[in-house]
Design a protein around this ligand. Structure first.
Ligand SMILES: *Cc1c(COP(=O)(O)O)cnc(C)c1O
Length: 385
């Protein structure tokens, strides 16, 4: 066994795909310490700067005093704690949906929900750049999987037209996690309605961020469709941890009864739920955080474009700089770190082509983002042999 492990690791290393953990000291903030040095953090999903917010910390600490640390078991075994119930009620009002169910993470949610809403004999239509947890959920469901080209509603329509499956499910990210673009949801929903398919929307990078009240991609696009099943995460813009699905009462009932990720896993710690509750309050109370995030994101996109970088079709706070080469990507990440910028390189299988994935937060100042682009360009055009 050990020699097989060594062999696999050696193979990864040879292909420049071996991964390494970077230790940072202190909380997730616009600036963090790596090896004792202060560096600009440009790869955190803490989009609204809530991960270290004093109100979230206070809410979590109070919940620890009141409820202790662990939740004891799955909610079906040792009980739903008040913090779980309160968070679900809050999310239900926030999302304006009939019902909401918490999951321990976005990963649990996607791999737990998809196999319950479609199964053998069904057909899934999934964007080629959907998140890994969606792909795993699809495989677990045993339904047939058709992948359509990224954001290509035309191809989706061609595929779904030919389908003879009784049940059809279309799945897409609301904001693509590695490309920062938004799918043509209006068209996708129209296609779904025409061909009798259900839409499952993974709003991990959008909830809290997009829409007037931060409700996510549908609110942003002005689409009201109660039957779209929406999944959102609490570990990104909400600065806490966990995930939820918002949908019909019957869907939630089914997931409580049959969703293996819900049934067979210890539920979220109450303090985490308390922090999420406070995060929703702040998201609703402070639209200025979203405005600052958009301002920062558009400033950075514009300056990168002006600096001659290709940012694909990003229109959000996630900005890809594709290098197409794993070795080069990791060399750039290291060289940027030396220049005081921490921006993680992303390689296959996380993405089809290696890239740097830049993210900004509402808490970066314009000064933070006015870094030496010329210097970065030089890094990108350097020698990588
Ligand atoms: C991060 C992410 C997930 C997983 O959520 P976690 O709570 O981090 O497990 C699911 N889908 C998408 C699109 C994501 O970006």
């Amino acid at each position: 066994m050990e020699s097989a492990i060594r062999k696999r690791l050696k193979e990864l290393k040879e292909r420049y795909l071996k991964r390494r953990l970077t230790l940072i000291s202190g909380p997730q903030e616009p600036w963090v310490r790596v090896n004792g040095r202060r560096v600009l953090l440009l790869c955190s999903n803490n989009y609204l700067g809530l991960a270290n917010h004093p109100e979230l910390k206070e809410a979590a600490m109070k919940a620890v005093e009141k409820y202790g640390v662990g939740s004891g078991a799955s909610r079906l075994v040792s009980g739903t704690m008040e913090a779980h119930k309160e968070l679900e009620e809050k999310l239900k009002r926030f999302k304006k949906k009939e019902a909401v169910l918490l999951f321990n993470s976005g990963w649990h949610a996607n791999t737990g929900i998809i196999p319950q809403i479609i199964g053998r004999g069904g057909e899934i239509f999934s964007d080629k750049l959907n998140h890994a947890s969606i792909i795993d959920g699809c495989v677990l469901s045993r339904a047939a999987i058709k992948r359509y080209s990224h954001c290509d509603a035309g191809q989706l329509k061609d595929l779904i037209k030919k389908s003879t499956a009784r049940r059809k499910l279309i799945i897409t990210d609301g904001v693509f996690s590695m490309d920062g673009d938004i799918p043509p949801l209006k068209e996708i929903i129209e296609i779904a309605e025409k061909y009798g398919a259900t839409v499952f929307l993974d709003d991990a990078h959008s909830v809290g961020v997009f829409g007037k009240r931060g409700r996510g991609t549908l609110e942003y696009l002005g689409i009201e469709r109660p039957l779209v099943i929406e999944m959102g995460t609490l570990g990104k813009a909400f600065g806490s941890y966990g995930a939820f699905v918002a949908g019909s009462k019957k869907l939630i009932e089914l997931l409580i009864n049959r969703g293996r990720r819900f049934i067979y896993s210890t539920s979220l710690p109450p303090a985490v739920c308390a922090a999420s509750i406070r995060a929703i309050t702040i998201v609703e109370r402070e639209p200025e955080r979203r405005e600052r995030l958009f301002k920062n994101a558009s400033y950075l996109r514009d300056s990168l474009k002006k600096g001659g970088f290709d940012i694909l079709k990003s229109s959000t706070h996630i900005i890809p700089l594709v290098t197409g080469d794993a070795k080069k990507t990791m060399a750039i990440t290291e060289r940027l770190l030396k220049k005081g910028i921490f921006c993680q390189g992303i390689r296959p299988p996380s993405v089809p082509s290696s890239r740097l994935r830049i993210t900004v937060t509402s808490e970066h100042t314009e000064k933070d983002l006015r870094f030496d682009l010329g210097g970065i360009k030089e890094v990108f055009e350097g020698n990588f042999s």
